[in-house]
Design a protein around this ligand. Structure first.
Ligand SMILES: C[S@@+](CC[C@H](N)C(=O)[O-])C[C@H]1O[C@@H](n2cnc3c(N)ncnc32)[C@H](O)[C@@H]1O
Length: 271
């Protein structure tokens, strides 16, 4: 039977690959890459570098397909994304059926970890639900951008015994969840932290985490929000893309140890 590996490759640095991921990489006959356009070519290239660096055999193949474009005329976000997943499922199904022989292994290299804000698992579930293709699959966990953010800022994600919320920029713009002392925000193209400038919050922000271009900024949100927005805009213009993640924290002892209460703590290259 065909087997698929969904391999978490870590978020940005080729050295975030686990030993388990390297073993899985070496079992794969065909890798499936989605082409997301020129701007995201850097991310495809990183996947290719990972294959070249860690795979010992030369007999594997890479098959690329164009990623379906989301239909922006659909106003409801969930409906729009679900339709996009179904379109992706058709593309994946066709690639697997045509390019992977029975008894071969296919591989999807998933950014960070497959369980966190990634569609690959849902797309695979769609294909299984359609029932036209028979295969087994295994998920190999990877280091998420959240873990890299915490490691690079040298902070704990949670306070003692406290909850943390992981959310998106879209959700944050509706306000902070009342139950958590700390909130991690991903997928925020709109700098939604600007809606919270009246709140007493610290921010630990990271872009291109784990990569050569990595930028880290931290401080009082109300003091450095403008700087983050400016840096984000400039880097996005220059590189054609940016990925950033941040943690918002109510000021507490843990944060005070790390964040100077006057001014900002900046650790970044080439602002
Ligand atoms: C589609 S989600 C994928 C998350 C991924 N599965 C993970 O485990 O981190 C993409 C979002 O993850 C965050 N992200 C991923 N890689 C990042 C990186 N190297 N630096 C900063 N943020 C990153 C950003 O918030 C980005 O908008």
């Amino acid at each position: 039977m065909r087997k698929l590996y969904l391999i978490g490759i870590g978020a940005g640095n080729p050295e975030y690959i686990t030993v388990q991921a390297i073993k899985a990489l070496n079992l794969v006959d065909v890798f499936f890459f989605m082409d997301k356009g020129k701007a995201k070519q850097d991310l495809v290239n990183l996947r290719k570098q990972i294959c070249e660096r860690y795979i010992e055999k030369t007999s594997y193949r890479v098959v690329e397909a164009d990623d379906p474009v989301r239909d922006t005329t659909i106003s409801d976000y969930t409906t729009r994304v679900e339709l996009w997943h179904r379109q992706r499922a058709l593309v994946y199904e066709e690639m697997i059926a045509q390019q992977l022989e029975e008894n071969q292994c296919g591989g999807f290299l998933v950014w960070g970890d497959p369980s966190l804000y990634d569609s690959t698992l849902r797309v695979i579930e769609h294909i299984i639900a359609c029932g036209r293709l028979c295969f087994e699959f295994e998920v190999i966990p990877g280091i998420t951008s959240i873990q890299v953010l915490a490691a690079r800022h040298k902070i704990s994600l949670n306070g003692i015994g406290e909850s943390i919320v992981i959310t998106t920029g879209r959700q944050l713009s509706a306000g902070l969840s009342g139950t958590a002392e700390r909130t991690i925000v991903m997928l925020d193209g709109q700098c939604s932290f600007n809606s919270l400038l009246d709140e007493e919050l610290d921010i630990f922000w990271g872009a291109y985490l784990g990569m050569e271009e990595e930028i880290l900024l931290s401080g009082k949100l109300s003091e450095i929000a403008g700087m983050i927005e400016k840096v984000r805009h400039e880097k996005r213009q220059r590189n054609g893309w940016i990925m950033d993640t941040y943690l918002l924290s109510k000021p507490n002892r843990a944060a005070q140890a790390r964040v100077p209460r006057t001014g900002t703590s900046c650790d970044h290259n080439d602002l």
